[in-house]
Ligand binder design. Sequence first.
Ligand code: ADP
Ligand code: MG
Length: 292
Amino acid sequence: ATPTSIMVGTGRAAELGVLFRKGQALQTLREAKVIALDKTGTLTLGRPELTDLLVQPGFDEAEVLALVAAVEQRSEHPIAEAVVRAAKARGLSLAAAAEFEALPGLGVSARVSGRRVEVGADRLMQRLDHDPQALAGPAAELAGAGKSPLYAAIDGKLAAIIAVADPVKEGSHEAVAALHQLGLKVAMITGDNRRTAAAIARQLGIDEVVAEVMPDGKVAALQALRERFGAVAFVGDGINDAPALAEAEVGLAIGTGTDIAIEAADVVLMSGDLRAVPNALAISRATLRNIR
Ligand code: ADP
Ligand code: MG
């Protein structure tokens, strides 16, 4: 492409809220065969709400929620904020948490009012030898509805299952359909539960799901997609997404996301609306068609 056509193309993209940080990316984007997207905060709002709390016999619902929220108060994960908001909405007062520990991609633990409290994915419960099997039925049902199930253990006993739901963004479904129209495969990469991810992917018409990916596993997930389909464009918003944004043929960061993601990206989407992605792709193709 000539420098002039690239200027015109990046200018048109900018009008649609798509900032090409390098002119090169305009040319690389049209080669993409698969678009991989992060789930939380990219396809979804990244603002989950607590929807369900099911306690095991012998546990009190309000007490469990207060203990769990006391731990989550120390975490910065969006899930943690949902739990704390729900507890406060019920007027529960939260005790201080000691010995707080965050296990990235798994969950959190702490000591609250002399009780040992652990909250997180089924993987965390397995690792702690709290067999999540007793709650596998309700967990599967919640996940099948696109909610993320979390387990809580108190003093080493499985105490409850908590579900949070993170609404999909307006425009995500349409963006996926438009990407299909342009001939691309669409994939989702997430640390969330396999069933939850599958339910959301089905809802959005996404072709490929890579779920239960640990925070440092996104690059490997992306490389596997590249082996199968070819050049990858990756869209993400979080700190965890930065390595994948750098690894992809084209990295697209959500402008409202973290600075670390934006710095690692070739393209910045000024709004969170994913319909900008097929628009950017269409512009990249049109720009290069013009000069041939
Ligand atoms: P994602 O971006 O998909 O949420 P993470 O790697 O941040 O991926 O988390 C993966 C999983 O680990 C979550 O879906 C959840 O089950 C569990 N988890 C992480 N942090 C917390 C937390 N603060 N409280 C409860 N569960 C958590
Ligand atoms: Mg995210």
